[in-house]
Design a protein around this ligand. Structure first.
Ligand code: ADP
Length: 363
């Protein structure tokens, strides 16, 4: 609990005591509520459920959120359903040459783009939140050394704390674990880094952070550079990579380069996400295909990689990112949240169907 808040644990629990469970009894008494915290009027909590209880407990979560929101002094509430099942086994379970620092994580997935500014970080954050909304334990490693935007996107402040064994503790936001280069170094410092420094920074962010047990870790990659891809692919068992691209031809060429880079290090491409695919007019709500339609989907087919979905260019997404309140955290089942959730489902389904050619370290 944050000491500066006038709201106490007792008041919050009293509210949760009035939320009834489908099978009888109160939510507070069920022992399912964990991580109840309040900071600056923002309340967050997790509700522990079994993997198959998500549908039954969605109305309970909604009720809990509404009841807490009605408390004076509460400005926002974020409740997530968490199923504490064991991390799924890795698909590419070959023995790496060195100990894998991310061995406790179900799937490590790189999110990459050929060039900057295509919305890679925005996509990473909303995709992570969509996976979280589906009950998975999710972390984001912002390895975009040249433009770390995770602190802004998630509204993170301060420095990460030190855990056991001098490892850094990831920061928490909206039910996600997060670590960013932007929390560790001044932006100007990293701008001049060259290959080897980029590689060692990424290796360190994998090995020296107490990630704990996660189902999925999304790694927001720096655009372009092959060093980062290499460091990541050598340092851990990557489940795959997702490429974010805008529909413009130029960035599709860049996207092709990104795909080639991962293929070179035998990381399966889980698919392409088309960002800013069409423009949704804030006044009339109509959709305009400013850059033409279907370019990324056709390109994905040409490259024989799955097309994961298209995200529109909207004022809401831009404003929410700048405000540090991602759309999918605010409204996971709204029109944009649903798009990210569908992309998340398609991506996760791909993990079980895409064969892995070779593992790092294999001849
Ligand atoms: P990258 O990580 O590729 O450099 P960002 O995620 O930082 O890109 O996005 C660049 C800018 O574009 C940000 O201001 C972000 O808010 C905005 N943006 C990204 N995706 C969208 C979208 N679908 N609609 C509107 N704005 C977007």
């Amino acid at each position: 609990m944050n000491g500066s808040d006038s709201l106490g644990d007792r008041e919050l629990r009293a509210v949760l005591d009035a939320v009834a469970l489908p099978g009888g009894g109160s939510l507070a008494a069920s022992g399912r509520v964990t991580g109840l915290s309040v900071a600056g009027g923002r309340v967050s909590l997790s509700i522990q459920i079994a993997a198959d209880e998500a549908q039954v407990f969605a109305p309970v979560r909604d009720q809990a959120e509404a009841a807490l929101r009605a408390l004076p002094g509460v400005t926002s509430v974020f409740a997530v359903l968490t199923s504490e099942r064991p991390a799924p086994p890795k698909l590419n379970a070959a023995t790496p040459a060195k100990a894998d620092p991310l061995a406790g994580i179900g799937h490590v997935i790189a999110v990459a783009s050929g060039k900057g500014g295509v919305g890679k970080s925005t996509t990473t954050v909303n995709l992570a939140l969509a996976l979280r909304a589906q009950g998975l334990r999710v972390g984001i490693l912002d390895a975009d050394i040249y433009g770390p935007s995770l602190p802004t996107l998630l509204g993170l402040h301060g420095k990460p704390g030190m855990g056991q064994g001098r490892k850094l503790k990831p920061m928490q936001a909206y039910g996600l674990q997060a670590m960013s280069m932007g929390l560790l170094v001044e932006p100007e410092t990293a701008m001049v880094w060259r290959g080897p420094m980029v590689m060692s920074a990424i290796t360190q962010m994998m090995a020296d952070v107490e990630w704990g047990a996660l189902d999925v870790l999304l790694v927001d990659m720096p655009p372009g550079t092959g060093d980062a891809q290499l460091a990541l692919a050598q340092g851990t068992q990557l489940a795959g990579a997702v490429i974010v691209s805008t529909p413009q031809d130029l960035s599709l060429i860049d996207a092709r380069r990104g795909i080639a880079m991962f293929r070179k290090v035998d990381v399966p491409i889980l698919g392409i996400i088309e960002n800013m695919a069409h423009f949704i007019c804030p006044d009339c709500g109509s959709s305009h295909a400013i850059f033409g339609q279907g370019g990324a989907e056709a390109e994905a087919a040409r490259l024989s990689v799955p097309f994961l979905g298209a995200v529109p260019l909207t004022m809401e997404l831009r404003a929410a990112s700048d405000a540090g309140q991602p759309v999918t955290a605010r409204d996971p089942d709204g029109p944009l949240g649903r798009i990210y959730q569908q992309i998340a489902r398609t991506m996760m389904a791909g993990l079980t169907t895409i064969p892995r050619a070779k593992s790092p370290g294999q001849p």
